[in-house]
Design a protein around this ligand. Structure first.
Ligand SMILES: [Zn+2]
Length: 381
Protein backbone atom coordinates (compact mmCIF):
# COMPACT_ATOMS: atom_id res chain seq x y z
CA UNK A 1 0.00 0.00 0.00
CA UNK A 2 1.06 3.57 -0.47
CA UNK A 3 1.95 5.75 2.46
CA UNK A 4 -1.30 7.67 1.98
CA UNK A 5 -3.77 7.50 4.83
CA UNK A 6 -6.69 5.11 4.55
CA UNK A 7 -10.01 6.82 4.15
CA UNK A 8 -12.67 5.49 6.55
CA UNK A 9 -16.20 6.55 5.69
CA UNK A 10 -18.68 6.46 8.52
CA UNK A 11 -21.49 8.92 9.24
CA UNK A 12 -23.68 8.12 12.26
CA UNK A 13 -26.67 8.92 10.06
CA UNK A 14 -26.02 5.55 8.32
CA UNK A 15 -27.84 4.11 11.35
CA UNK A 16 -31.07 5.45 9.83
CA UNK A 17 -30.86 2.53 7.34
CA UNK A 18 -33.05 0.60 9.75
CA UNK A 19 -35.79 -1.90 8.95
CA UNK A 20 -36.95 -1.88 12.56
CA UNK A 21 -36.74 -4.09 15.61
CA UNK A 22 -36.54 -7.78 14.88
CA UNK A 23 -35.15 -7.36 11.37
CA UNK A 24 -31.80 -9.15 11.04
CA UNK A 25 -29.98 -6.39 9.13
CA UNK A 26 -28.73 -3.45 11.14
CA UNK A 27 -26.03 -0.84 10.61
CA UNK A 28 -25.59 -0.81 14.40
CA UNK A 29 -23.05 -3.65 14.19
CA UNK A 30 -21.09 -1.80 11.47
CA UNK A 31 -21.09 1.32 13.64
CA UNK A 32 -19.78 -0.75 16.54
CA UNK A 33 -16.97 -1.99 14.29
CA UNK A 34 -16.02 1.61 13.54
CA UNK A 35 -16.02 2.50 17.25
CA UNK A 36 -13.84 -0.53 17.92
CA UNK A 37 -11.31 0.62 15.30
CA UNK A 38 -11.21 4.07 16.91
CA UNK A 39 -10.79 2.52 20.35
CA UNK A 40 -8.11 0.05 19.26
CA UNK A 41 -6.06 2.70 17.49
CA UNK A 42 -6.37 5.11 20.38
CA UNK A 43 -5.41 8.76 20.09
CA UNK A 44 -3.07 7.93 17.19
CA UNK A 45 -5.98 7.14 14.88
CA UNK A 46 -6.03 10.71 13.64
CA UNK A 47 -2.75 10.13 11.84
CA UNK A 48 -3.35 6.55 10.66
CA UNK A 49 -6.73 7.17 9.07
CA UNK A 50 -8.53 9.92 7.20
CA UNK A 51 -12.02 9.93 8.68
CA UNK A 52 -14.98 10.99 6.57
CA UNK A 53 -17.85 11.57 8.97
CA UNK A 54 -20.19 13.78 6.93
CA UNK A 55 -21.71 11.91 4.01
CA UNK A 56 -24.65 13.34 2.09
CA UNK A 57 -27.06 11.08 0.21
CA UNK A 58 -25.69 10.32 -3.25
CA UNK A 59 -26.94 12.54 -6.07
CA UNK A 60 -30.07 11.02 -7.70
CA UNK A 61 -28.30 11.16 -11.06
CA UNK A 62 -25.66 8.78 -9.71
CA UNK A 63 -28.35 6.32 -8.58
CA UNK A 64 -29.67 6.32 -12.13
CA UNK A 65 -26.31 5.05 -13.31
CA UNK A 66 -27.49 1.63 -12.13
CA UNK A 67 -31.13 1.83 -11.01
CA UNK A 68 -34.20 2.28 -13.17
CA UNK A 69 -35.96 5.67 -12.83
CA UNK A 70 -39.30 4.04 -12.00
CA UNK A 71 -37.74 2.08 -9.14
CA UNK A 72 -35.95 5.14 -7.73
CA UNK A 73 -39.27 6.99 -7.82
CA UNK A 74 -41.00 4.07 -6.08
CA UNK A 75 -38.47 4.04 -3.23
CA UNK A 76 -38.79 7.83 -2.87
CA UNK A 77 -42.58 7.56 -2.62
CA UNK A 78 -42.37 4.64 -0.19
CA UNK A 79 -39.96 6.58 2.01
CA UNK A 80 -42.41 9.48 2.18
CA UNK A 81 -45.30 7.22 3.17
CA UNK A 82 -46.27 6.51 6.76
CA UNK A 83 -46.95 2.83 6.16
CA UNK A 84 -44.41 0.17 5.31
CA UNK A 85 -44.46 -1.14 1.79
CA UNK A 86 -42.71 -4.20 0.38
CA UNK A 87 -39.87 -3.26 -1.95
CA UNK A 88 -39.33 -6.87 -2.99
CA UNK A 89 -41.12 -10.19 -2.62
CA UNK A 90 -39.15 -10.99 0.53
CA UNK A 91 -37.75 -9.26 3.58
CA UNK A 92 -36.92 -5.78 2.31
CA UNK A 93 -39.72 -3.42 3.37
CA UNK A 94 -39.72 0.33 3.08
CA UNK A 95 -39.57 2.52 6.19
CA UNK A 96 -40.09 6.25 6.65
CA UNK A 97 -37.01 8.01 5.30
CA UNK A 98 -35.74 4.92 3.51
CA UNK A 99 -34.92 6.80 0.31
CA UNK A 100 -32.58 9.21 2.02
CA UNK A 101 -31.10 6.50 4.27
CA UNK A 102 -30.38 4.14 1.37
CA UNK A 103 -29.05 6.96 -0.81
CA UNK A 104 -26.70 8.01 2.01
CA UNK A 105 -25.24 4.48 2.22
CA UNK A 106 -24.63 4.67 -1.53
CA UNK A 107 -23.10 8.10 -1.01
CA UNK A 108 -20.63 6.59 1.47
CA UNK A 109 -19.44 3.90 -0.92
CA UNK A 110 -19.24 6.34 -3.83
CA UNK A 111 -17.22 8.76 -1.68
CA UNK A 112 -14.89 5.95 -0.58
CA UNK A 113 -14.40 4.85 -4.19
CA UNK A 114 -13.59 8.38 -5.31
CA UNK A 115 -11.10 8.68 -2.42
CA UNK A 116 -9.46 5.36 -3.25
CA UNK A 117 -9.10 6.22 -6.94
CA UNK A 118 -8.34 9.88 -6.50
CA UNK A 119 -5.48 9.44 -4.09
CA UNK A 120 -4.30 6.00 -5.10
CA UNK A 121 -4.95 4.72 -1.65
CA UNK A 122 -7.30 2.45 0.26
CA UNK A 123 -10.75 3.26 1.56
CA UNK A 124 -13.09 1.47 3.95
CA UNK A 125 -16.87 1.90 3.77
CA UNK A 126 -18.29 -0.57 6.28
CA UNK A 127 -21.90 0.64 5.95
CA UNK A 128 -21.93 -0.42 2.29
CA UNK A 129 -21.90 -3.77 0.56
CA UNK A 130 -25.60 -4.02 -0.35
CA UNK A 131 -24.87 -6.38 -3.24
CA UNK A 132 -28.33 -7.89 -3.83
CA UNK A 133 -30.26 -4.86 -5.09
CA UNK A 134 -31.13 -5.03 -8.79
CA UNK A 135 -31.72 -2.16 -11.21
CA UNK A 136 -35.48 -2.36 -10.81
CA UNK A 137 -36.05 -3.91 -7.40
CA UNK A 138 -34.80 -4.32 -3.85
CA UNK A 139 -33.61 -7.70 -2.68
CA UNK A 140 -32.13 -9.33 0.40
CA UNK A 141 -32.22 -6.25 2.73
CA UNK A 142 -30.63 -4.14 -0.04
CA UNK A 143 -32.67 -1.15 -1.29
CA UNK A 144 -30.03 0.46 -3.49
CA UNK A 145 -26.88 -1.28 -4.68
CA UNK A 146 -24.08 0.99 -3.45
CA UNK A 147 -21.42 -1.27 -4.96
CA UNK A 148 -23.00 -1.32 -8.41
CA UNK A 149 -23.47 2.45 -8.41
CA UNK A 150 -19.85 3.04 -7.36
CA UNK A 151 -18.48 0.45 -9.77
CA UNK A 152 -20.61 1.82 -12.61
CA UNK A 153 -19.24 5.31 -12.00
CA UNK A 154 -15.63 4.06 -11.96
CA UNK A 155 -16.19 1.98 -15.11
CA UNK A 156 -17.67 5.03 -16.84
CA UNK A 157 -14.49 6.92 -15.94
CA UNK A 158 -12.54 4.25 -17.81
CA UNK A 159 -11.14 2.15 -14.94
CA UNK A 160 -10.53 -1.60 -14.94
CA UNK A 161 -12.00 -3.08 -11.79
CA UNK A 162 -11.80 -6.38 -9.96
CA UNK A 163 -14.59 -7.17 -7.51
CA UNK A 164 -14.14 -9.85 -4.86
CA UNK A 165 -17.25 -10.80 -2.89
CA UNK A 166 -16.65 -12.65 0.40
CA UNK A 167 -20.26 -12.56 1.62
CA UNK A 168 -21.91 -15.91 2.35
CA UNK A 169 -24.63 -14.99 -0.14
CA UNK A 170 -24.01 -14.71 -3.87
CA UNK A 171 -23.57 -11.09 -4.96
CA UNK A 172 -26.21 -11.38 -7.66
CA UNK A 173 -27.00 -7.68 -8.08
CA UNK A 174 -23.40 -6.83 -8.89
CA UNK A 175 -22.68 -9.93 -10.96
CA UNK A 176 -25.74 -9.73 -13.22
CA UNK A 177 -25.53 -5.94 -13.34
CA UNK A 178 -22.21 -6.24 -15.20
CA UNK A 179 -22.48 -9.76 -16.60
CA UNK A 180 -21.38 -8.73 -20.10
CA UNK A 181 -18.82 -6.14 -19.01
CA UNK A 182 -15.24 -6.91 -20.00
CA UNK A 183 -13.68 -4.35 -17.63
CA UNK A 184 -15.11 -5.91 -14.46
CA UNK A 185 -13.60 -9.12 -13.17
CA UNK A 186 -16.05 -10.50 -10.59
CA UNK A 187 -14.95 -13.25 -8.19
CA UNK A 188 -17.60 -14.42 -5.72
CA UNK A 189 -17.09 -16.90 -2.88
CA UNK A 190 -20.42 -17.94 -1.37
CA UNK A 191 -22.51 -20.71 0.11
CA UNK A 192 -23.96 -22.87 -2.66
CA UNK A 193 -27.16 -21.33 -4.03
CA UNK A 194 -28.95 -24.67 -3.75
CA UNK A 195 -28.75 -24.20 0.01
CA UNK A 196 -29.00 -20.41 0.50
CA UNK A 197 -30.57 -17.19 -0.80
CA UNK A 198 -30.51 -15.92 -3.55
CA UNK A 199 -29.99 -19.30 -5.20
CA UNK A 200 -27.62 -18.15 -7.93
CA UNK A 201 -23.86 -18.28 -8.48
CA UNK A 202 -23.16 -21.62 -10.14
CA UNK A 203 -19.66 -22.19 -11.54
CA UNK A 204 -21.11 -22.35 -15.05
CA UNK A 205 -22.27 -18.70 -14.76
CA UNK A 206 -19.08 -17.25 -16.22
CA UNK A 207 -20.21 -14.08 -18.02
CA UNK A 208 -21.32 -13.29 -21.52
CA UNK A 209 -20.05 -11.25 -24.48
CA UNK A 210 -17.06 -9.11 -23.45
CA UNK A 211 -17.53 -10.40 -19.91
CA UNK A 212 -17.20 -14.08 -20.85
CA UNK A 213 -14.69 -15.79 -18.59
CA UNK A 214 -14.58 -12.82 -16.20
CA UNK A 215 -17.35 -13.86 -13.80
CA UNK A 216 -15.99 -16.42 -11.37
CA UNK A 217 -18.42 -18.16 -9.02
CA UNK A 218 -17.04 -20.22 -6.16
CA UNK A 219 -19.99 -21.97 -4.46
CA UNK A 220 -19.18 -23.80 -1.22
CA UNK A 221 -21.33 -26.36 0.57
CA UNK A 222 -22.72 -25.76 4.06
CA UNK A 223 -20.13 -26.44 6.79
CA UNK A 224 -17.19 -25.54 4.52
CA UNK A 225 -14.79 -23.29 6.41
CA UNK A 226 -11.23 -22.00 6.24
CA UNK A 227 -10.22 -25.40 4.86
CA UNK A 228 -12.19 -24.49 1.70
CA UNK A 229 -11.81 -20.70 1.59
CA UNK A 230 -8.06 -20.37 2.12
CA UNK A 231 -6.73 -22.91 -0.41
CA UNK A 232 -9.21 -21.68 -3.01
CA UNK A 233 -8.36 -18.02 -2.38
CA UNK A 234 -4.63 -18.79 -2.72
CA UNK A 235 -5.20 -20.83 -5.87
CA UNK A 236 -7.65 -18.52 -7.68
CA UNK A 237 -7.04 -14.92 -6.62
CA UNK A 238 -3.34 -14.42 -7.47
CA UNK A 239 -3.49 -15.64 -11.08
CA UNK A 240 -6.83 -13.95 -11.81
CA UNK A 241 -5.83 -10.58 -10.36
CA UNK A 242 -2.30 -10.62 -11.78
CA UNK A 243 -3.57 -11.32 -15.28
CA UNK A 244 -6.43 -8.82 -15.13
CA UNK A 245 -4.35 -6.03 -13.54
CA UNK A 246 -7.19 -3.97 -12.05
CA UNK A 247 -6.71 -0.30 -11.26
CA UNK A 248 -9.27 -0.66 -8.50
CA UNK A 249 -9.89 -3.71 -6.33
CA UNK A 250 -13.30 -3.69 -4.64
CA UNK A 251 -13.86 -6.13 -1.79
CA UNK A 252 -17.37 -6.81 -0.51
CA UNK A 253 -16.43 -7.96 2.97
CA UNK A 254 -19.64 -9.60 4.18
CA UNK A 255 -18.93 -11.50 7.38
CA UNK A 256 -21.92 -13.83 7.39
CA UNK A 257 -19.58 -16.66 6.43
CA UNK A 258 -18.35 -16.42 10.05
CA UNK A 259 -18.83 -19.64 12.00
CA UNK A 260 -21.16 -17.91 14.46
CA UNK A 261 -23.50 -16.36 11.90
CA UNK A 262 -27.18 -17.21 12.43
CA UNK A 263 -28.31 -16.88 8.78
CA UNK A 264 -25.70 -18.79 6.78
CA UNK A 265 -23.89 -22.07 7.35
CA UNK A 266 -20.30 -21.50 6.32
CA UNK A 267 -17.64 -21.78 9.02
CA UNK A 268 -14.92 -19.24 8.29
CA UNK A 269 -12.86 -18.26 11.33
CA UNK A 270 -11.70 -14.76 12.33
CA UNK A 271 -8.15 -15.84 11.48
CA UNK A 272 -9.38 -17.09 8.09
CA UNK A 273 -10.88 -13.70 7.28
CA UNK A 274 -7.66 -11.97 8.33
CA UNK A 275 -5.66 -14.33 6.12
CA UNK A 276 -7.79 -13.53 3.06
CA UNK A 277 -7.56 -9.82 3.91
CA UNK A 278 -3.75 -10.04 3.96
CA UNK A 279 -3.75 -11.88 0.63
CA UNK A 280 -5.96 -9.21 -0.98
CA UNK A 281 -3.97 -6.33 0.55
CA UNK A 282 -0.78 -7.91 -0.73
CA UNK A 283 -2.14 -8.36 -4.25
CA UNK A 284 -3.47 -4.78 -4.37
CA UNK A 285 -0.11 -3.47 -3.14
CA UNK A 286 1.86 -5.59 -5.57
CA UNK A 287 -0.10 -4.25 -8.53
CA UNK A 288 -0.53 -0.70 -7.32
CA UNK A 289 -4.33 -1.11 -7.37
CA UNK A 290 -6.49 1.27 -5.39
CA UNK A 291 -8.46 -0.67 -2.80
CA UNK A 292 -12.04 -0.23 -1.62
CA UNK A 293 -13.39 -2.47 1.14
CA UNK A 294 -17.05 -2.36 2.08
CA UNK A 295 -19.10 -4.23 4.65
CA UNK A 296 -21.90 -6.57 3.68
CA UNK A 297 -23.92 -9.28 5.42
CA UNK A 298 -23.34 -10.44 8.98
CA UNK A 299 -26.03 -11.01 11.59
CA UNK A 300 -24.30 -11.50 14.93
CA UNK A 301 -23.43 -8.04 16.21
CA UNK A 302 -20.44 -9.07 18.31
CA UNK A 303 -18.83 -11.07 15.51
CA UNK A 304 -19.59 -8.46 12.84
CA UNK A 305 -18.08 -5.69 14.96
CA UNK A 306 -14.89 -7.60 15.76
CA UNK A 307 -14.36 -9.08 12.29
CA UNK A 308 -14.90 -5.81 10.42
CA UNK A 309 -12.79 -3.97 12.99
CA UNK A 310 -9.89 -6.36 12.34
CA UNK A 311 -10.24 -5.68 8.61
CA UNK A 312 -10.13 -1.93 9.25
CA UNK A 313 -7.04 -2.32 11.42
CA UNK A 314 -5.30 -4.39 8.74
CA UNK A 315 -6.13 -1.70 6.18
CA UNK A 316 -4.66 0.90 8.51
CA UNK A 317 -1.50 -1.15 8.82
CA UNK A 318 -2.10 -1.50 12.56
CA UNK A 319 -1.25 -4.66 14.53
CA UNK A 320 -4.19 -6.93 15.30
CA UNK A 321 -5.17 -7.35 18.95
CA UNK A 322 -4.62 -10.75 20.55
CA UNK A 323 -7.73 -12.86 20.98
CA UNK A 324 -7.33 -12.69 24.72
CA UNK A 325 -7.20 -8.88 24.77
CA UNK A 326 -10.13 -7.43 26.69
CA UNK A 327 -12.58 -5.13 24.94
CA UNK A 328 -12.72 -1.69 26.55
CA UNK A 329 -15.47 -0.85 29.00
CA UNK A 330 -16.89 2.19 27.16
CA UNK A 331 -17.20 0.17 23.96
CA UNK A 332 -18.90 -2.69 25.84
CA UNK A 333 -21.38 -0.26 27.37
CA UNK A 334 -22.14 1.19 23.94
CA UNK A 335 -22.64 -2.33 22.58
CA UNK A 336 -25.13 -3.13 25.36
CA UNK A 337 -26.97 0.16 24.86
CA UNK A 338 -27.25 -0.12 21.09
CA UNK A 339 -27.96 -3.84 20.72
CA UNK A 340 -29.74 -4.58 24.00
CA UNK A 341 -27.53 -7.67 24.19
CA UNK A 342 -24.69 -8.89 26.37
CA UNK A 343 -21.42 -7.44 25.08
CA UNK A 344 -18.46 -9.70 24.38
CA UNK A 345 -15.65 -9.35 26.90
CA UNK A 346 -12.67 -9.96 24.60
CA UNK A 347 -11.61 -10.26 20.96
CA UNK A 348 -11.91 -14.05 21.21
CA UNK A 349 -14.69 -15.66 19.20
CA UNK A 350 -15.09 -19.22 20.42
CA UNK A 351 -15.78 -21.70 17.63
CA UNK A 352 -19.04 -23.50 17.24
CA UNK A 353 -17.92 -25.90 14.57
CA UNK A 354 -19.57 -28.88 13.00
CA UNK A 355 -17.29 -31.30 11.16
CA UNK A 356 -16.24 -29.72 7.87
CA UNK A 357 -17.87 -30.94 4.69
CA UNK A 358 -14.78 -30.05 2.64
CA UNK A 359 -11.94 -32.18 1.35
CA UNK A 360 -9.08 -31.98 -1.13
CA UNK A 361 -11.28 -33.90 -3.57
CA UNK A 362 -13.96 -31.19 -3.19
CA UNK A 363 -11.37 -28.56 -4.13
CA UNK A 364 -10.20 -30.46 -7.20
CA UNK A 365 -13.78 -31.00 -8.34
CA UNK A 366 -14.71 -27.33 -7.93
CA UNK A 367 -11.53 -26.07 -9.59
CA UNK A 368 -12.16 -28.51 -12.46
CA UNK A 369 -15.63 -27.03 -12.96
CA UNK A 370 -14.19 -23.51 -12.95
CA UNK A 371 -11.48 -24.45 -15.44
CA UNK A 372 -14.14 -25.77 -17.79
CA UNK A 373 -16.42 -22.74 -17.35
CA UNK A 374 -13.64 -20.17 -17.72
CA UNK A 375 -11.55 -21.99 -20.33
CA UNK A 376 -8.31 -21.75 -18.34
CA UNK A 377 -6.18 -23.66 -15.83
CA UNK A 378 -5.62 -23.05 -12.10
CA UNK A 379 -2.58 -25.13 -11.11
CA UNK A 380 -2.05 -25.55 -7.37
CA UNK A 381 0.24 -22.73 -6.15
ZN1 LIG B 1 -24.92 -12.17 3.01
Amino acid sequence: MSAERVSVVWDDRFLAYDFGAGHPFTEVSRGLAVRLIETALGPGSASALAWVREVPPVEPSALLGFHEPAYVARVRAAGNARDRRPLDAGDTPSFPGCFEAAARVVGGTVRATRDALGHGRAAFAPAGGLHHAHPGRASGFCIFNDLAVAIGEALAAGHRIAYVDLDAHHGDGVMYGFYGNGRLLDIDFHQDGRTLFPGTGRTAEAGTGDGAGLKVNVPLPPRAGDDALLPLARRLLPPLLREFRPELLVVQHGVDGHWGDPLARLQYSPAGYAEVDRLLLGLAGEQGSSLLVTGGGGYDAANVARTLARTGLLLAGAPLPAATDALPGPWRREFARRTGGEPPSSWAEPPRLEPSSWSRASEDRLVGELEEALGRRFPPP
